[in-house]
Design a protein around this ligand. Structure first.
Ligand code: SF4
Length: 293
């Protein structure tokens, strides 16, 4: 499909979702903006669709400084455009938290098979809303069966996928219950469509991409695999933060009488960077997600 058709289709999806959101939730669409390329496309499409929308960004506390500055810049523009936005600080068990306090608390660093971090650090106020996400099926095998519209499920297996483009009426029932509906307007876009769109639209993108990074997520995200070495060369303070958190984690494991294969932070760091990981990440809305975009 040519890019213009993809754009029209995505805009039509947003316009239909905005009607659902207004009718059933009495609220505008809520765009979850990460600062990555896919959410950048969704933001521009929301503008072009002419629909009312609000934007949230979840601070993970492990974002690259360039991402934090970029998000602030984008949100200053949203302010001028009169779009309501919010930057959400993470909380855990009712308290403010961060990646660095969570690692000892969880007694485990984030690893591919246990990405507890996304659920906590990326959890925003998307409950009981129509949430727009820049998820694409071409991103990974895990996402290949992503639908345009999905109903929250505790696991990927028990989510409900709707044939949104063909007027699937089953979506009405969760909307009436005001359950969280995830809308993926660019689910069928390939990487090259995303880049072409951003270039044509002259969108100012996150500078991390021009620094050579292919994805934007937390620095040190286990999903980044070996490119974490490059990340830590670029942002060495983050390696120090992880190492300090690992040292506290080892002490915590010992204090709790948990088995501990590591003697110190160096041991944990080496094990963690080996990246012998598995897939299966959950996002707060119950879908599998990558560590960044
Ligand atoms: S982007 Fe990666 S490190 Fe950050 S919260 Fe998600 S899985 Fe965890």
């Amino acid at each position: 499909m040519i890019l213009l058709d993809l754009e029209h289709k995505a805009i039509a999806r947003l316009q239909e979702s905005a009607k659902l959101s207004e009718f059933y939730y009495q609220k505008p669409l809520l765009l979850a903006y990460s600062g990555g390329k896919d959410s950048e496309v969704c933001l521009e499409l929301c503008r072009r669709a002419g629909v009312p929308f609000e934007v949230i960004h979840n601070l993970t506390t492990a974002d690259a400084p360039e991402t934090v500055y970029h998000v602030r810049k984008v949100f200053r523009r949203l302010e001028l455009e009169g779009v309501k936005w919010e930057i959400l600080h993470p909380r855990y068990k009712g308290q403010p938290t961060s990646m660095w306090t969570l690692i000892p608390q969880k007694c485990l660093p984030p690893i591919r098979s246990q990405r507890w971090c996304c659920q906590i650090l990326k959890e925003g106020r998307g409950k009981n809303r129509c949430v727009v996400l820049g998820v694409r099926s071409a991103e990974s095998q895990n996402r290949s069966d992503t639908g345009v519209a999905e109903l929250y499920g505790r696991t990927r297996a028990n989510r409900q996928v709707f044939d949104f483009d063909n007027g699937d009426e089953r979506i009405i029932s969760p909307c009436q219950r005001k359950a969280t509906i995830k809308i993926h307007p660019i689910v069928d876009w390939r990487d090259r469509d995303v880049w072409q769109f951003l270039q044509d639209a002259k969108v100012d993108i996150n500078p991390c991409y021009s620094m050579g990074f292919r994805r934007v997520g937390c620095v040190g995200c286990p999903m980044a695999g070996k490119s974490r070495y490059t990340e830590f060369r670029q942002w060495p303070k983050f390696e120090n933060l992880y190492r300090k958190a690992f040292a506290r984690m080892v002490e915590e494991r010992k204090a709790r009488g948990k088995p501990c294969q590591w003697k110190n932070a160096d041991d944990v760091f080496r094990w963690w960077m080996e990246d012998k990981n598995l897939d299966g990440q959950m996002d707060l809305w119950g879908g599998e997600i990558g560590g960044g975009t």
